[in-house]
Design a protein around this ligand. Structure first.
Ligand code: UTP
Length: 293
């Protein structure tokens, strides 16, 4: 019987240079969208998708992530004494949410290298990777949609999104053909992958987004892949090796993706998430209307 996807790896050891100076002493994964750190959105998506084993790949200066998901006795005691039961519940809910394992990437040697660091904790089973920067607002969690595809195909699945114009050059891009059938044109069989192509060289407008279901064979591939662009071990290069052995699918998920690793994307997501909040939305909307735009 096919093994189920239970483990989710969160690579969170990157340097976050696009958000300097905010990320000089603070992990970008801890930057809040309204009042919740971006990585918590990803962890909640994993849980809502039925994955209860979380592995976070951290690096230097990332201890705030561990503290965030840990118990904070002093804070809980203080909130209890002051009778702040609502806040106490929010704080407790985070540490009670789940058990998280941490593994360290000593040097930021690329996304592929970060994933490889989780090899022992993942073992010989399929697993998911979530890049916390990509927050996907969806009725059915994006990861859950992808797990459904994995359960049918038994193959690795990459989340994809159509990106128009020049912006495609910032992504890994798929050369892929649509799979006919019940998938409403959303499923593609990957023929090749190209990392950050020039617009004129892009094989399609299907960009790889920060959600992956991977078979454990990826570890062997990454282990034998030489360092690529920027002296980093690229996940895309490992996937190209994997493609020689196994089928890989691309899946254009249903839902809205916010690229919070980018300043403009982060601002847009903040506005949209704030507008949706029961406690803030109405007042915030009124405020926005008063701005002379
Ligand atoms: P990014 O390409 O967004 O890089 O990494 P970054 O360092 O986080 O941010 P910028 O571009 O400098 O602003 C994609 C994901 O891979 C992780 C990052 O933490 C992020 O989740 N990553 C990247 C690692 O864990 N280790 C690495 O060596 C590189």
């Amino acid at each position: 019987m096919k093994k189920q996807v239970c483990k989710v790896v969160f690579p969170a050891a990157g340097l976050g240079t696009r958000f300097l100076p905010a990320t000089k002493a603070q992990p970008k994964e801890m930057m809040p969208l309204v009042d919740k750190p971006i990585i918590q959105y990803g962890v909640e998506e994993a849980l809502a998708s039925g994955c209860d084993q979380i592995i976070i790949v951290t690096g230097r200066g990332k201890s705030a992530i561990e503290d965030h998901f840990d118990v904070s006795y002093e804070l809980e005691k203080m909130l209890e004494e002051r009778g702040k039961t609502d806040l106490l519940a929010i704080v407790r809910q985070i540490s009670e949410m789940i058990h998280i394992a941490y593994v360290r990437q000593k040097e930021a040697m690329g996304l592929g290298h970060a994933v490889l660091m989780a090899r022992e904790l993942v073992g010989d089973e399929p697993f998911a990777v979530i890049l916390a920067d990509d927050i996907i607002d969806a009725q059915v969690p994006c990861l859950k949609q992808m797990i459904e595809i994995y359960n049918e195909t038994g193959c690795s699945v990459l989340a994809t999104q159509v990106i128009e114009g020049k912006a495609i050059s910032s992504y890994g891009v798929l050369d892929a053909k649509p799979v006919p059938g019940k998938w409403n044109g959303r499923l593609f069989e990957v023929q090749n992958l190209v990392e950050k192509p020039k617009v004129e060289d892009a094989p399609s407008n299907l960009a790889i987004i920060g959600r992956y279901i991977l078979t454990p064979a990826i570890f062997e591939m990454l282990d034998s892949t030489p360092l690529g662009a920027g002296g980093e071990l690229q996940l895309t290069d490992g996937l190209k090796q994997l493609l020689k052995k196994e089928k890989i699918y691309g899946y254009t998920f249903e839902g809205k993706r916010h690229d919070t690793g980018d300043k403009l994307g982060f601002l847009k997501a903040t506005v949209e998430f704030a507008l949706k909040r029961d406690d803030l939305g109405a007042e915030f909307r009124q405020y926005l209307k008063t701005l002379e735009l």
